[in-house]
Design a protein around this ligand. Structure first.
Ligand SMILES: [Zn+2]
Length: 193
């Protein structure tokens, strides 16, 4: 995790359902010694209109129907520029930098729990970090005694690509039951009853 990603994670509120849209648009000192920039909304977003205070909401020329302008890209902002940029066609990127809920669902376990990933609801409910290998393993039903090997990323990949052990067990038991049922049937047929 780089310093900017860590700073964002720390500013995602400890409230169920929080995600990147709860990030404040402020300047903060981060651990690599730099200072974040405020995201500047320079264009009228034709689709969303103005904010409640009458401010612009677009971050690129494309918001007002023009082609993208590469110089509109902004860096080192707490609110990642790319998210409002393409949010209109991606359900506002709901869930990115999202916190898991103690009483909620654990969404699909991914091979790389990354806050900006395809499934970005990977922040611990009350700690400023992404979910651990063991937490993901539990979400897939692995017993805590199960060991994974390699670097952290390798372990996440093993967990994310796995068929959940309880599911594998249930399928195995069903196969066993149907084999036994078939056996019983053929014995009944053989005895002529
Ligand atoms: Zn654009």
């Amino acid at each position: 995790m780089n310093a900017l990603v860590m700073a964002r994670i720390k500013l995602i509120p400890l409230v169920p359902g929080s995600d990147w849209r709860d990030l404040p648009n402020i300047q903060v000192h981060i651990s690599d010694g730099s200072v974040t920039k405020k995201l500047r909304y320079k264009y009228n977003d034709k689709k969303n209109g103005l904010s409640s205070t009458g401010a612009f909401r677009g971050v690129c020329a494309c918001a007002k129907g023009k082609p993208c302008n590469p110089s509109d890209r902004q860096f080192n902002t707490l609110i990642p520029w790319s998210l409002p940029h393409t949010g209109n066609r991606n359900n506002h990127w709901a869930g990115l930098y999202g916190r898991l809920e103690w009483d909620g669902f654990f969404s699909t376990t991914v091979t790389d729990p990354e806050p900006m990933g395809k499934q970005g609801r990977v922040l611990h409910p009350e700690q400023h970090r992404v979910v651990s290998v063991r937490e993901c393993a539990r979400s897939q039903g692995f017993p805590d005694t199960y060991r994974f090997f390699g670097q952290t990323l390798d372990k996440h990949r093993q967990v994310g690509n796995a068929v959940p052990p309880p599911l594998a067990k249930a399928i195995g038991l069903e196969i066993k039951n149907s084999i036994l049922a078939r056996l019983r049937e053929s014995q009944t047929d053989a005895s002529g009853n």
